[in-house]
Design a binder for this molecule. Structure first.
Ligand code: EPU
Length: 421
């Protein structure tokens, strides 16, 4: 296993180009299963998670080729409609093949994802929604089994806006008979990317960007040629890293409108943020102090749970207190114990954390352990800001979601490298 070593305390400077979004690439790759033919997806990040989904598509019979950041996915022949436990257990987003496989084949078997480091993460919205669309959907021997001669449009209301739940039902409904209305649907930008791809394939979806999506079923779709949007979570992570080191820099190739809450929260903390076309620049004001700011995670356009851990790392370096309320996942404070090892003062009570910021010299390097993807990136930010050396073990978590992390950080002037444990 490899670990990441960081010699901290260097203010990051310069520009970093943002990759395609992991959480858009995964549903768009799954959507290629909806119809036979050769699909082209552009700006696909080369990550552990996109590789896992590639393996799953290949296992189903698809032929996948990568040239640079472009994936060609030929789904003309599907050998079967089963997503095995061996693949789903390594990446729960594999459940995204459920809707498309059912819609195309009329029958599918997808392993039920197991527990997860950040919370229970049930998939009842996915299975209940498919039942409402007329499928017989049961759980047998650890697998979701779904079958339907055809799907029937209906109205489905989400108790909580679910990102992959919305995506799965959206994909399934494109080929249903009649009209489906998804209410209280998630509005994350990645869903807009999926709607654009599906509409370019011949689907009829209205309501893009809103919480009511209306899907008029069609009888056939054609292959897509579509570009993955920039990764707003990667962009936010680099902005926070630059801010936490007292540096100044720019993330490019991103969509500032996809980060409304983070941008405002950084401004409240005292940073200067400038939106310039497809880039966001962050710099420090004259006085080198930041104030603590509260955040509460919420579905888009609220503050993203996927940037909560990284924001907490910045808050350990502020003056004053910051209250952090995690409303999406019940166990998403795994980074707290590791940040404490670096000297952070954080109290946790259930889904609330209170960070007592200790100013820019508050963190000291330490050996720490990555526990999930975003927790790991908060440790990277803390390590970059801390004085001394930080060794982060289990970095395979980071490789799930950050393309060329070491190269990009090095480009910003960080001293960071991988070593064998
Ligand atoms: N929920 C249910 N039942 C369901 C589905 C969800 O109760 O059937 C609950 C969840 O437990 C959670 C809430 O609904 O409390 C929202 O979860 P959601 O379904 O939106 O999460 P997800 O679709 O499984 C995606 C991202 C996550 C991101 C969340 C929230 C992908 C592949 N994953 O997960 O990304 O944290 O939305 O924005 O899009 C990450 O990239 O690190 C990551 C975890």
């Amino acid at each position: 296993m490899e670990k990441l070593v960081i010699e901290g305390g260097i203010p990051l400077q310069g520009e970093v180009k943002i990759s395609g979004a992991k959480n858009a690439a995964l549903p768009l790759m799954a959507a290629t299963l909806l119809c036979a033919g050769r699909h082209i997806l552009r700006n696909v990040p080369d990550l552990r998670d996109t590789r896992t989904l590639t393996r799953l598509l290949e296992n189903l019979g698809a032929v996948v080729e990568r040239k640079g950041d472009c994936l060609s996915i030929d789904t003309t022949v599907l050998r079967h409609g089963e997503a095995p436990y061996e693949l789903v257990k390594t990446m729960r987003a594999s459940v995204l093949v459920l809707g498309p496989l059912l819609a195309r084949l009329g029958k599918t078997r997808v392993s039920l994802p197991g527990g997860c480091a950040i919370g229970e993460r049930p998939v009842n919205f996915h299975t209940d929604g498919l039942r409402q669309l007329g499928a017989v959907c049961t759980i047998k021997e650890g697998y979701i089994e779904a079958e339907a001669e055809f799907l029937r449009g209906t109205t489905i209301y989400f108790d909580i806006p679910s990102v992959t739940g919305t995506e799965n039902l959206l994909m399934a409904a494109t080929l249903a008979r009649g009209t489906t209305v998804l209410k209280n649907a998630a509005r994350e930008p990645e869903i807009g990317n999926l709607v654009d791809m599906l509409n370019s394939m011949g689907a009829r979806i209205a309501g893009r960007g809103t919480d009511v999506l209306t899907i008029e079923g069609v009888t056939a779709l054609q292959p897509a040629d579509c570009r993955i949007i920039a990764d707003r979570i990667e962009a936010g992570t680099y902005l926070l890293a630059i801010a936490a080191t007292g540096g100044s820099g720019r993330v490019t190739g991103c969509c500032p409108a996809d980060l409304p809450s983070l941008v405002e929260k950084l401004r409240y903390a005292g940073l200067v943020i400038r939106e310039e076309g497809d880039s966001l620049a962050v710099s420090w004001p004259g006085a080198q102090t930041l104030v603590g700011v509260d955040i509460k995670t919420a579905p888009f356009p609220g503050y993203p749970t996927d940037l909560q851990a990284q924001f907490m790392a910045l808050m350990t370096l502020c003056n004053g207190q910051s209250a952090i309320h995690e409303t999406i996942f019940e166990n998403r404070f795994m980074h707290v114990a590791e940040l404490r090892r670096m000297g952070a003062k954080i109290k946790v009570d259930g889904r609330f954390a209170v960070v007592s910021g200790q100013g820019m010299t508050g963190l000291k390097g330490a050996p720490v352990m990555a526990t999930d993807l975003r927790a790991s990136s908060s440790l990277v930010i803390a390590g970059l800001a801390a004085s001394g050396r930080t060794d982060i073990s289990r970095i395979y978590h980071l490789e799930r979601g950050y393309e060329n992390l070491v190269e990009k950080l090095t480009g910003l002037g960080a001293r960071v490298w991988k070593e064998r444990e």
